[in-house]
Write a protein that binds this ligand. Structure first.
Ligand SMILES: NC(=O)c1ccc[n+]([C@@H]2O[C@H](COP(=O)([O-])OP(=O)(O)OC[C@H]3O[C@@H](n4cnc5c(N)ncnc54)[C@H](O)[C@@H]3O)[C@@H](O)[C@H]2O)c1
Length: 465
């Protein structure tokens, strides 16, 4: 029988009140080490994972308005990614004075994360924007070092690492460390206003939710066989969207935001999922077989504890209808949550079940200073750090990651998967990542044709490959 996950139930009221999931300190009233900084104190930042989002997060960090900030160290597996990111940050004249990363604080390799964090003092901040498989490894070290953290989503891709991250999240709270997770929808002021209105009953009881992310292939959605001259391990890490162990595949990486904010609107997480998925195009235009593990269509039916359905459609295909938005239907009307993209404004409420302008009763209006949820999530984190307020989004990040993985696993196995099934699934896709060196074998082994195991729904029922 499907049960509501107990950890979700206990958080429902809390979700309702804050929407932003700052967990209360388990040690309220107990003297904690002074790892927070006054508004005049310089807070130093280290960036670990210097790709597109990591660079963006560093920009957001340096632009926060609560006090002085400096980027002092960078770490990446690939030296050239680090150099590219540093160059980009330095070229921005408005940020350059805050970018203080001399050669001796630039680190490449699998231990770069440690060396970059070693440049910080307790109360500084580490940014994690590598592929998600490494979150628990990097987070473990940050907690040891007494560092606050901003980590990108997803934060886990499987059951065992989710349990590990939940435990680490609690440890961080006990050490009075603040942790932000890059589920920026939760910091969209438009979605916060919509959530309040929905929770206050403005569209009645929710009877259906719909989410879509359908567009052409992007990122490392598909991959051709590994070329010579690069190791299997580095190939898989670089093209992380193609490999389930590294990212949860395109399903987890691309679809988590809409799944997350629709869960927020419902004020709980779905308890189970069933799903369809398929791969129509396995050949590149040159006729070479793609070797990644992704399906190019996913249709997932999530179910909440009260039976309400949430349908999510994901597609990476050119030439088809593109749709990237989210909706809620209630007994008294409907709402657009994200109009376009992961959490694109404006949100709106309508009478009836059609989003007609003439039926619109509310549309979000957001102060331009708070229009960017990526900046808001940093302002919110920094306020908590500067004012020493409880702030830990890890549990929320893990739950959103698990609900996303639950839909993915349902499609990949062809089974109904509950939240508990996902949490307790023993398939750790890449054990031992904390011991990784450049000479380690890759977590996924290719066959003689350079192909990796793909999901076989109905055949592999308990694990995704
Ligand atoms: N919140 C959002 O809207 C959003 C948007 C984009 C990406 N992301 C997330 O950010 C993360 C990074 O995505 P991206 O698009 O920037 O990818 P990217 O490939 O541009 O960057 C990832 C970087 O991490 C580095 N890296 C890999 N393994 C590492 C390790 N063990 N230690 C240190 N560095 C390592 C890579 O070399 C690369 O430079 C992903 O988890 C992704 O889901 C979030």
């Amino acid at each position: 029988m499907t049960k509501t996950p107990s950890n979700v139930t206990t958080r429902r009221e809390f979700l309702k009140d804050t929407g932003c999931l700052a967990a209360a300190s388990a040690l309220a009233g107990v003297a904690l080490p002074a790892v927070h900084a006054a508004s005049s104190d310089l807070i130093q930042v280290a960036l670990i994972g210097c790709g597109g989002r990591g660079t963006g997060a560093a920009v957001n960090a340096l632009r926060t308005k609560t006090g002085p900030m400096k980027l002092v160290a960078m770490g990446d597996v690939f030296e050239e990614r680090l150099q590219g990111s540093l160059g980009q940050l330095r070229r921005d004249q408005s940020l350059a004075p805050q970018v203080d990363v001399p050669p001796e604080r630039r680190f490449a390799g699998f231990d770069a994360y440690k060396k970059a964090m070693d440049c910080l003092k307790p109360g500084d901040i580490a940014i994690f924007a590598s592929p998600p498989a490494f979150r628990w490894v990097h987070f473990t070290y940050a907690i040891q070092k007494g560092l606050h953290v901003f980590m990108e989503k997803p934060v886990t891709v499987d059951g065992p690492t989710s349990k590990r991250m939940l435990a680490l999240g609690e440890e961080a709270t006990k050490k009075n460390l603040k942790v932000g997770v890059g589920l920026m929808s939760r910091h969209s002021r438009a979605l916060a206003e919509l959530a309040k209105r929905v929770h206050d009953g403005e569209i009645g009881e929710i009877i259906l939710q719909r989410g879509y992310r359908m567009h052409g292939p992007i990122g490392y959605f598909s991959s051709l066989p590994k070329p010579p001259g690069v190791s299997e391990l580095l190939y898989q890490i670089q093209r992380f969207h193609s490999f389930l162990w590294a990212s949860g595949g395109n399903y987890s990486d691309f679809y988590i935001h809409i799944i997350d904010h629709l869960g927020w609107m419902k004020n709980e997480w779905p308890v189970k999922a069933q799903a369809l998925g398929g791969r129509h195009y396995r050949q590149s235009p040159e006729g070479i077989t793609y070797v990644d593990q992704n399906l190019d269509v996913y249709a997932v039916e999530y179910t909440y504890a009260d039976g309400t359905k949430f349908d999510f459609d994901g597609r990476c295909m050119t030439g088809c209808l593109d749709q990237y938005s989210s909706y809620l239907h209630g007994t008294k009307g409907m709402a657009i949550a994200s109009r376009s993209g992961d959490c694109g404004m404006p949100s709106a409420i309508f009478t009836g079940q059609t989003a007609k302008r003439s039926a619109m009763t509310w549309e979000s209006k957001v102060d331009p200073a708070e229009a960017d949820p990526y900046q808001n999530e940093w302002e919110d984190l920094m306020k908590a750090i500067r004012n020493d307020q409880p702030y830990n989004e890890v549990r929320h990040g893990v739950e959103a990651s698990l609900v996303t993985s639950m839909g993915r696993m349902a499609a990949h196995t062809g089974q109904e998967i509950t939240f508990e099934d996902m949490l307790n699934c023993e398939h750790e896709m890449a054990p031992g990542l904390d011991q990784l060196t450049k000479d380690s074998p890759a977590p996924l082994v290719a066959d003689a044709n350079g192909r990796y195991p793909v999901p076989n729904p109905g055949i592999n029922r308990n694990r995704e490959y």
